[in-house]
Design a protein around this ligand. Structure first.
Ligand code: PEP
Ligand code: CO
Length: 456
């Protein structure tokens, strides 16, 4: 059984002997094989050096030395792989990280739900509208969102289109980041509309001014530019859901003697696919990347402890992150329990709070939304509960956009249910708009904790 088997028995296809949930049913298996063959010959999207660098940073986050900001769309789609969208998302993440760095007084590790977040888990395999039943939309990597029989048939070619867009996205992000766009001396590069007219703008400008003054001061006394403030690291992450796609980009690196998933730096697993004997756990246990698992109310202690053991038997620093997503109503009941369960087996993990996925609800008109107050309340409770239990929160995982959408209610502008129709663009889950995202960053910035504590 997986609990006791070792990596010696593992290779990137051993998951195929397990039950794989949430996978598309392709009509033509030979076309899938041909596509996967092409995918496995294409160059990797990320490198093992970057992946190892991230793992070191995740280890630092476990010790409370840095804080992780992970954010982006619920689902990226191919249409929105545009220069403007990528820049907007990068800008909001950079602005948020600046504010958080200033407030928390520790470096921020920026991780996009970007460059590969194209496959979605669905609660039902089919969708029925007006008496017609078709396969569910599973993300642009698998099929198309339009409700026609043709669009909903899983098409293996879309894996190649997804790989290409992931590569194009990260290529552009790397060029921006390396070329000076992310230079902390020039935060004006990242201005978004909201900084002109938002109730939060004054506070943001004050923070920017204070950071500029500090940089000037430190550079003038040291007599040289601060190299680290001129460039920032940026990492990619996505849900490692579509196992054939992930497998095709899993490479053995002779110089490290380990297998890496080189489609992204930091794949995560949803709770829906985290069955101990399931295919996803089997795949994830063998790759050397840092990995995360979403933890919801339905995961009991025994399940969680078994999972921690299988995914990180050597207790390697930086390897395992638990992203808890209980919802504002349930966090008080569940978070202390899971902190104790992990501590009981002596495991080192990074704790990240996803205050989005436990707080999804529908309005009276059936529009999927999230209340900003619930998002904040879960986040605040996370900081407090970790601290009260001698643990610490080392990061946040958000669904957000650099646009002025109206998908979540509340925030500084008090968006109401009736505002949701104005600019609701998400095809899947509702995202924080740029101003709501900044408000979250400012709240996080207010949580300067009492230094680092030992990672639970
Ligand atoms: C997601 O992150 O978009 C998601 C589906 O989350 P979860 O698996 O936690 O519901
Ligand atoms: Co989502």
């Amino acid at each position: 059984m997986s609990r006791t088997s070792s990596k010696v028995d593992w290779h990137p296809a051993t998951w195929q002997s397990r039950n794989a949930t949430q996978q598309p049913l392709y009509p033509d298996p030979s076309a899938v094989e041909a596509t996967l063959g092409k995918l496995s010959r294409l160059p990797p999207i990320v490198t093992s050096w970057e992946v190892e660098n991230l793992k070191t940073l995740v280890g630092a986050a476990q010790r409370g030395e840095v804080f992780v900001l992970q954010g982006g769309d619920c689902a990226e789609n191919f249409e929105e792989c545009t220069s403007e969208n990528i820049v907007q998302k990068l800008k909001i993440l950079l602005q948020m990280s600046l504010v958080m760095w200033h407030g928390l007084k520790k470096p921020i590790v920026r991780v996009g739900r970007m460059g590969g977040q194209y496959a979605k888990p669905r609660s039902a395999d089919t969708e029925t509208r007006d008496g017609i039943t078709l396969p569910s939309y599973r993300g642009d990597l698998v099929n198309r969102n339009a409700f026609t029989a043709e669009d909903r048939v899983p098409d293996p070619e879309l894996m190649l289109r997804g790989y290409e867009r992931a590569a194009l996205t990260l290529n552009f992000v790397r060029a921006l980041v390396d070329g000076g766009f992310a230079d902390l001396h020039h935060p004006e590069n990242w201005d978004l509309d909201w900084v002109q007219h938002s109730p939060l703008a004054r506070e943001y400008h004050e923070i920017v001014r204070s950071i500029s003054d500090s940089l000037d001061f430190m550079e003038s006394i040291s007599g040289r530019p601060m190299h680290h403030s001129r460039r920032v690291d940026f990492f990619s992450s996505h849900e490692g859901l579509h196992l054939p796609y992930e497998q095709a980009q899993t490479r053995f690196l002779a110089h490290r003697q380990r297998w890496y998933n080189l489609s992204t730096h930091w794949p995560w697993m949803g709770m829906r696919t985290a069955n101990i004997d399931g295919a996803h756990i089997e795949y994830f246990r063998g790759i050397a990347n840092p990995v995360s698992v979403k933890v919801g109310t339905g995961m009991d202690d025994e399940w969680l402890q078994a999972l921690v053991h299988i995914l990180n038997p050597q207790n390697e620093p930086g390897r395992l992150t638990l992203i808890h997503r209980f919802g504002a109503k349930h966090i008080e009941e569940h978070l202390p329990r899971v902190i104790r369960a992990v501590r009981a087996v002596g495991a080192n993990v990074l704790w990240i709070c996803d205050p989005m996925h436990g707080n999804t609800e529908s309005t009276a008109d059936g529009v999927k939304t999230r209340r900003f107050d619930n998002v904040l309340s879960e986040l605040e409770a996370s900081f407090r509960i970790h601290e009260a239990h001698g643990s610490h929160l080392g990061g946040v995982h958000l669904e957000l956009t650099g646009d002025n959408v109206t998908e979540c209610t509340g925030g500084a502008r008090g968006l109401q249910d009736s505002d949701l129709t104005r600019a609701y663009k998400s095809q899947v889950d509702p995202r924080l708009n740029y101003e709501q995202a900044m408000e979250v960053a400012m709240r996080i910035a207010g949580h300067r904790q009492r230094g680092s504590s030992s990672g639970a």
